[in-house]
Structure formats: C-alpha cells, structure tokens
Design a protein. Structure first.
Length: 476
C-alpha cells in the first residue's frame, strides 16, 4: 500500500570532516528528490557548523530536512583534536551512542523508513536489525581501500601481512583479487603496516568492513568509469553496490538541472574558510598555481612543513598553501604560527591560509596542480576539477589512493614515504612545467569521464536514481 507521506531517511555520519562531507551531499540529493531527511550530527560538530556555515538557512529550502544531534560518546570538554574520533570506537563511548541512537529511532516521528549510516558505525546495523529498519552503509573512503581492508584476513593467512621488514615494501601484493598488477605492500592502507595484526585499529577496520556488507546495500563515492574493475570485484561479496560519485559533482549536476547555475552550494565546513585566497588567485595566470592542502586530520612535524615549504618555494610555480590550525606538531612545543608568519613574508610566490574553500579553489582557472594528502574527498574533488596531483599520503586509505592516482589513472605523481624538498621541487616542476601538457591532458580526460558519469544518463546519475527507487521500495 502507498504511504501518504514521503520516505523518511536518517543519515548518521562519523563526525569528522571527510566523512560528513559526502554524507551531507547525499542527504541534499535525496532532499532534492522529495525525501524527508533527518541528519544526525554530533553535538560538537553541530555547534561548529552553525558557527562557520549558513547550514540552517541553506537547508530551510527543503521542507522536511531536519538536523538532530547525538552524543559521540565522549565528554563535552574532550579536546577533539588529532585522531580523537578513534576513541569513539572504544566500548563505553560506542555503547553510549548506540543507546542514544536506539532511543531516538524508537521515539522519532514520523518513523524512519531507512537508515544511511557511515560504514564505520557497525553498531547501527545491530540497532536497525533489532528495530526492523532497512539500513544502507556508506563507505566514504575509496573502493580500493574497502577492498584491501576486506582482504586483510586473507593477506594474513597467505603470509603477506604483517609486512616482514622494509625489504618487502616494494613487493606486489597477490592476495587481493583485481589488485595484483599495480599495488605493492607500500600501497596498502597505512594500518596494514602495523607490526602485529592483533593491533586494535587493524581489528576495528576488519570488523567494520566485514560487518557493513551485511547491510541492505553499500554506497561508494566513486563512478563506474573511475573504479569499474574494483567495483566488479566488490560486487562478488556485496551484490548491491551504488557507485554515485564523485558526489560533489553529482550534486552540482542535479542542482543545476533543477535550479540553474545561480543556486548557492552549501559548504559543509568545520573551520572558517579564508576566501581572500580567491582574490589572490584572480591575479594569477591560468594554471600557474600549485594548491597544497592536507585535509582535516593530517598532522606534520615542523621539519616536514619546512621541507614542503622549500620544495614549493624552490619550484618554478606559485602556490597556495593551507596549514590547518594545530596541525603542526613542534617537538620544542612551538606550533606553526611562527613558521606561518615567516613564510607569509613571501606573498608574491606563495599565499598561506588556515582553511580554504577547497572546491572553489580547485575549480579556479589559476590552479594547475594539487599537492594533496590524498584523502578520498580531496582526490575526487581534484579529479572532477581536472587538476593533476602530487600525492603525499599521510594515513589510512591515502596510501592506496595515491597509487591509484599515479599508476592506475596516471594523473599525477606519488611522493609516498618521503618528505624531501628536492624531490618535491622536481615533482612540482614536472606537473607544472616540464610534463605539464601530458598531466593536464590526462586529468582533463578523467574530468570528462566523471562529468559524463554525473550527467543525465551517466552511470552515477542512473545509480542514484536506482538508489532513490530502492529506498522508496524499502519504505513501503
Ligand atoms: C578523512 C581521511 O583522511 C580520508 O582519507 C578519508 O577518505 C575520509 O576521511 P580527510 O583527511 O579530512 O578525511 O581528507 P578528505 O577526504 O580529503 O576530506 C577533506 C574535506 O575537507 C574535503 O572535502 C575538502 O574539500 C575539505 N577541505 C579541506 C576544505 O574544505 N578546506 C580545506 O582547507 C581542507
């Protein structure tokens, strides 16, 4: 029997920038199609979003789009810096959030017809199972990361993990189907480097990865054109996969189709964006600037920041550098402020800011290259903007993403495991000057493929339609 109201979908992301971004974009995509949405933020992030964004005003345009908040399980006065969110997965905080979710789902009106949760919140599957609510997991990191993580137990059994010393780092992996030709031990997600596979984080990743395939379906932020072979492999274990990426580009495409180009896009940001960099970019020639930014979690030593800085300064390119507050760890207790003040004297060549309006920057005509930590959102945003990349991966999926960029898509270079000014200088010159046309052409072709995938009739566009219809069906 048809319901007399629209389907109600509850979104529940891991409360970190890189996980929330694709989730809120999918929530908006479903709202555009008339769904009722409840988007669950942690109390902490909700306050920051209200402070730094126009969230309330933006989502007011969608009748039935509501935000609610939930505990992340940690005390209110917890500093929540660095890798703080890993603490959420400890037993006591996880149970606290699980109980809050259960209470919320029992009491919410109208009832929730379908849950879309971060694939790292496995406890939500237990709650959904108990209450009989359909649940879809959204794994926000890359398909290659998902697939290698799924195969960790097999790699352990085959003796490929743990990696038995540095001499094995360049050996090709053999146990992960579909990844035998390009991926070395060095390119596995960073947690695969743990000396002991009983490591708590390794166990957590394996547990959550194996558990999320029990959901009704799995959503991945990619396109068939970008990750087709790996998606085919994943479908052997998890038949119902929706590849609906790059989700930032898909949202733009759908919004433009419905409302035209003048629609203001929502910037889901947990830091204050410094838009002054756009005026600086406006003054630079086309494709002359390297944009250097390392996401929302990466931290680095003063020495590493100095190497990166000199690599950029000594190159033949201008640059825009983002140094997120509190992201530099000084052994002597000094942070990044003195370095930033020193660097900022050289404004002609380089411009430094705390936090960028990243999508606007990547789509600015002055940008010719992207020095990135290879977080999956940044990677896809770079792909969609057609910008070649220099990858300096920090942790988790970034090690495997950077290999995809350099060896599978061939739209950039991988500076994995080194931080050396000379190497960076050479890579920046390769991407921005010496091999500029080669990389620019490859990146433009990749951007064209993604554009096709998110346009009417394209693979991601159609996969989203299928997801929409399937959720409606689940809600009957
Ligand atoms: C984390 C993991 O590190 C990443 O590998 C995983 O895929 C998702 O979770 P993060 O490190 O923050 O995310 O990187 P990324 O995935 O690139 O997400 C960062 C987001 O913040 C991007 O959407 C980016 O546009 C945005 N951002 C970053 C800004 O808007 N401004 C900035 O200055 C920096």
């Amino acid at each position: 029997m048809e319901k007399d109201r629209s389907s109600h979908v509850l979104f529940f992301p891991v409360p970190s920038q890189g996980h929330m971004n694709p989730m809120i974009k999918l929530a908006e995509l479903l709202a555009l199609s008339g769904f009722r949405i409840t988007f669950l933020n942690s109390h902490h992030n909700h306050e920051r979003l209200l402070k730094f964004t126009n969230m309330a005003a933006h989502f007011e345009r969608y009748p039935g789009f509501e935000f609610d908040t939930i505990t992340d399980g940690l005390p209110r006065d917890h500093p929540r810096t660095g890798h703080w969110f890993l603490e959420m997965y400890e037993e006591a905080p996880e149970m606290k959030t699980k109980h809050s979710l259960r209470d919320m789902l029992v009491n919410i009106s109208p009832p929730v017809d379908c849950l879309i949760v971060d694939a790292f919140l496995g406890f939500a599957l237990d709650v959904a199972g108990e209450l009989g609510i359909p649940i879809i997991c959204f794994r926000t990191s890359s398909p290659c990361c998902f697939w290698t993580s799924y195969y960790i137990p097999d790699m352990i059994q085959a003796g490929e993990l743990p990696i038995n010393g540095s001499e094995y780092m360049d050996r090709l992996i053999t146990t992960v189907p579909g990844m035998e030709t390009h991926f070395r031990c060095r390119d596995l997600p960073s947690y695969c480097r743990a000396p002991d596979m009983e490591d708590a984080f390794v166990k957590l990743v394996v547990k959550q990865t194996r558990k999320c395939v029990q959901a009704n379906a799995l959503i991945l932020n990619t396109a068939e054109e970008l990750d087709g072979p790996i998606l085919s492999q994943i479908r052997t274990r998890c038949p119902n996969v929706y590849a609906i990426g790059p989700i930032n580009a898909l949202l733009k495409s759908r919004v433009n189709a419905k409302h035209g180009q003048s629609y203001d896009h929502f910037s889901n940001t947990l830091w204050q964006e410094d838009k002054s960099c756009i005026s600086w970019l406006d003054k630079q020639p086309d494709r002359s600037v390297t944009y250097a930014c390392f996401g929302s979690i990466t931290s680095m030593s003063r020495e590493q920041l100095i190497e990166l800085w000199y690599g950029l300064v000594n190159s033949k390119s201008k640059f825009l550098l983002v140094v997120r507050p509190n992201s530099v760890i000084g052994e002597d207790g000094e942070g990044e402020d003195d370095l930033k003040a020193h660097f900022n004297k050289n404004k002609d060549q380089g411009y430094i800011i705390d936090w960028a309006p990243q999508e606007a920057v990547l789509n600015h005509p002055a940008i010719g290259g992207f020095l990135t930590h290879s977080g999956w959102n940044s990677t896809l945003e770079g792909v969609a903007a057609g910008v070649p990349m220099i990858c300096w991966p920090y942790f988790a999926d970034q090690q495997v993403n950077s290999r995809v960029v350099s060896e599978v898509w061939k739209i950039g270079l991988d500076m994995k495991d080194v931080c050396d000014r000379k190497i960076l200088e050479k890579m920046v010159n390769d991407v921005m000057v010496d091999r500029k046309e080669e990389f620019a052409k490859a990146a433009a072709e990749m951007a064209k493929l993604t554009y096709q995938s998110v346009s009417v009739g394209g693979s991601s566009y159609c996969n989203l339609d299928r997801l929409i219809e399937d959720i409606k069906e689940m809600s009957l």
